[in-house]
Design a protein around this ligand. Structure first.
Ligand code: NAP
Length: 546
C-alpha cells in the first residue's frame, strides 16, 4: 500500500477538462494526447502502479501472443526506434517495463492517482458536467469522462461453494500477487484452460510436486514458437516501421504479418490445405484461422482446420485417453485461439493429471482441496485461471448515470449497445475506449486503442472549435450500428462459440456477440467517415451564448 503522497491521493474535488479511468495502454495514451491539447486531465487507477492488464496479469508464463514489435505504441517514432524488444512474444515483465518507460518518458505519472477505484460517475444534464466519485473520497468534475478500463479487467471466480474454508493458498491469474509465489513441492490445482491457464500450466508443472488440471472445455492452442529477436530482425522491422504500422492499421486484425486469405479451404486440394496448415503450425502464433477466407464462415471449412489441430494434439500427447480429452470439439476460432509453449507436452509428465470437470464438475472446495463426483483432490494451492467478466464487467461495476435520467446498467440490461463502440446513447460526453461494438478483443488491441484515442482526441478538438458542449449518439444511429455489428457477426460462425465474446462464461449475462468482426481497417474507415462528415449519427449541442 502506497502512502497518500506516493499514490497521489488528495480527496480531490477539483475541476478538470477530462477525467480518464484506467492507466493501462489506453489510459496513458489518452492522457498523452489530451495533455498535448493543453487540457487539464485527471487519471484514476486502481492498481498501485500504471500498466493495466500487464500490471494485474503477472502469473508465471504470462506473455503476449501478438508479436512484440507490433504490440507497442506507434505514435512516437523516437519511442519505437529506441525501445528494444528482446523476444518475438514479450513476457509480462517486459511489457510492464515498457509501459513504465512510456509513463516516465512522456512525464505522465504526475496526472495519475493510484490505488483509487472509481465507483461511479454522474452527469449533470444542465451544466453538462460529469462528477466522478472514487473509493478514496474524490469527487472531481469534468465535462468529459473517458473510460479506459480495458476489456478483460474484472476477474471471475467460479460459482463453487467452500473457497472460504480452503486452508491452502489460492490465486487468480487476473490478480496475481507481486511477491514471488513458490510452488516447489506443492500439490497444485489449476482450474481453467483458456489462454491464461495454457500459458501458466507448463510453468507450474516445473515446480509442483503434483499438478491437477481441472478442464471444463478443451481448447485449441497453437505453438507460439517464441524466439529471441535478432539484431537483424530488429533493424529490418525498425526500418520498415512506417509500412508495418500502416499495414497493421489497414488489416483485419491489426497486425501486418497475418495472411489476408483469398482462397476457400474447400477449393484447394487436401495436400495444399494440409501444407498450408503445416506451414502456419511450424511458423507459430495464432494465424491459423487466417489460412483461408472461409474458416470462420463455413462449417465444413472450419472442420478441416479443427481436424488438423486435433491431429497435432493427438500426435503430441502420448496417452490416447488424455489426448482425447485435450482434443477440442467446438468450432475452431469461435473461442479465442491460444498460443502456448509446450502446453500439450506438459501432459506427458507423470506428475501432471488432467481432470475432466465437464463430465464430473467440481461440487465444492473443501479445507484440503476440491471435490468432484469422481473423487476428492488434496491440494496445497488452487490457481483459478477462470477468466473475466469481459468487455462489460468493469463498466457495469461502476454506477454510471445521468442525474434524473438514464443509467448504464439499465441501458445495457439486455446487452451492451453502443454507437461505433465508442459511446452509448443517453450518456452524453462519456467515451469508452475499445468498447463492445468495436474490433477491440478481435484485434491487436494496441492498434485499436490508438485508433480510438486519436478519434476521441480529434472529436474533442472539433467540439471545442465548434463551440459544442455536449455530444450524444442519436438513438437511431446506435440502433443501426448495433444491427450492423450483429448482422456481420451472424454471417460468421463466431456467435456459435460458448465464449466470453458472447458472455457465455458468466451465468445470467445476456448472450450478445460483443466485438465488431468487420476488421480493424474497415472499422477505422467507418469511424473516419463519421468524423469527416461532422460527426454524423451524433447529436451535438452548441454552447449556450452568454
Ligand atoms: P478464459 O479464456 O475465459 O478461460 C477461462 C477458463 O476457465 C476456461 O477454460 C473456462 O472453461 C474455465 N472456467 C471458467 N469458469 C469456470 C468454472 N466455473 N468452472 C470450471 N472452469 C471454469 O480466460 P483467460 O484464460 O484468462 O483468457 C481470457 C482472455 O484474455 C483470452 O481469451 C485472451 O483474449 C486474453 N489473454 C491473452 C493472453 C495472450 O496474449 N497470450 C494471455 C492470457 C489471456 P469454459 O471454456 O468451459 O468456460
Amino acid at each position: 500500500m502506497l502512502d497518500d503522497k506516493q499514490a497521489g491521493r488528495t480527496a480531490d474535488t477539483d475541476r478538470y477538462d477530462a477525467v480518464i479511468v484506467g492507466a493501462g495502454f489506453a489510459g496513458l495514451y489518452m492522457l498523452y494526447r489530451l495533455q498535448k491539447l493543453g487540457m487539464k486531465v485527471k487519471v484514476f487507477e486502481s492498481g498501485d502502479n500504471v500498466g493495466g492488464t500487464w500490471y494485474w496479469n503477472r502469473y508465471p508464463g504470462a506473455r503476449c501472443d501478438v508479436e512484440s514489435m507490433e504490440y507497442s505504441y506507434s505514435f512516437s517514432e523516437e519511442l519505437q526506434q529506441e525501445w528494444k524488444w528482446s523476444e518475438r512474444y514479450a513476457t509480462q515483465p517486459e511489457i510492464l517495463k515498457y509501459i513504465h518507460h512510456v509513463a516516465d518518458r512522456f512525464d505522465l505519472r504526475r496526472h495519475v492517482q493510484l490505488e483509487t477505484r472509481v465507483e461511479g460517475a454522474e452527469f449533470d444534464p444542465v451544466a453538462n458536467i460529469w462528477t466522478v466519485k472514487t473509493n478514496q473520497g474524490d469527487a472531481v468534475q469534468a465535462p468529459f469522462c473517458i473510460m479506459a478500463t480495458g476489456c478483460l479487467s474484472t476477474a471471475k471466480l467460479p460459482e463453487v461453494a467452500g473457497l472460504d474454508s480452503f486452508r491452502g493458498k489460492w490465486y487468480h491469474t487476473g490478480f496475481w500477487p507481486q511477491e514471488a509465489v513458490d510452488l516447489t513441492g506443492k500439490r497444485v490445482g489449476v482450474i481453467g484452460t483458456g489462454s491464461s491457464g495454457i500459458q501458466l500450466i507448463p510453468q507450474v508443472a516445473k515446480q509442483a510436486k503434483a499438478l491437477y488440471v481441472f478442464q471444463r472445455t478443451a481448447n485449441y492452442s497453437l505453438p507460439a514458437r517464441n524466439k529471441t529477436i535478432t539484431p537483424e530482425m530488429e533493424t529490418s522491422t525498425k526500418q520498415r516501421y512506417p509500412q508495418v504500422r500502416k499495414q497493421a492499421r489497414e488489416s483485419p486484425s491489426g497486425v501486418s504479418y497475418f495472411n489476408v486469405p483469398t482462397k476457400s479451404a474447400l477449393e484447394v486440394s487436401a495436400e495444399e490445405r494440409e501444407g498450408t496448415y503445416e506451414a502456419l503450425w511450424n511458423d507459430g502464433g495464432i494465424g491459423l484461422t487466417r489460412a483461408f477466407n472461409d474458416l470462420l464462415v463455413s462449417e465444413k471449412a472450419n472442420q478441416t482446420a479443427a481436424d488438423f489441430v486435433r491431429g497435432k494434439i493427438r500426435s503430441i500427447v502420448k496417452d490416447p485417453k488424455v489426448a482425447d480429452l485435450l482434443a477440442p470439439t467446438y468450432r475452431i476460432g469461435t473461442k479465442r485461439l491460444c498460443a502456448d509453449s509446450d502446453y500439450f507436452q506438459t501432459f506427458n509428465q507423470p506428475h501432471v493429471h488432467l481432470v475432466d470437470i465437464k463430465k464430473a464438475p467440481i461440487t465444492n472446495i473443501r479445507p484440503d482441496g476440491v471435490s468432484t463426483p469422481d473423487g476428492d483432490y488434496a491440494l496445497d494451492v488452487i490457481i483459478f485461471a477462470t477468466g473475466f467478466d469481459a468487455m462489460t464487467g468493469t463498466l457495469l461495476a461502476m454506477d454510471i448515470r445521468v442525474k434524473g435520467g438514464a443509467n448504464l446498467r439499465d441501458q445495457w440490461e439486455h446487452g451492451p449497445r453502443t454507437y461505433l463502440g465508442i459511446m452509448t446513447a443517453g450518456l452524453p460526453n462519456l467515451f469508452m475506449i475499445t468498447a463492445p461494438g468495436s474490433p477491440s478483443v478481435l484485434s491487436n488491441v494496441v492498434v485499436s486503442i490508438e485508433q480510438h484515442v486519436e478519434w476521441i482526441t480529434d472529436c474533442l478538438t472539433y467540439l471545442r472549435k465548434n463551440n459544442v458542449q455536449r455530444i450524444d449518439p442519436e438513438a437511431g444511429a446506435q440502433e443501426a450500428w448495433v444491427s450492423h455489428v450483429n448482422e456481420l457477426a451472424d454471417r460468421t460462425l463466431m456467435p456459435k462459440g460458448a465464449s466470453w465474446y458472447v458472455g457465455a462464461n458468466v451465468p445470467g449475462k445476456p448472450r450478445v456477440f460483443m466485438p465488431y468482426v468487420g476488421g480493424v481497417g474497415v472499422y477505422r474507415k467507418k469511424c473516419a467517415e463519421v468524423a469527416a462528415n461532422g460527426y454524423t449519427g451524433f447529436n451535438l449541442s452548441a454552447r449556450q451564448p452568454g
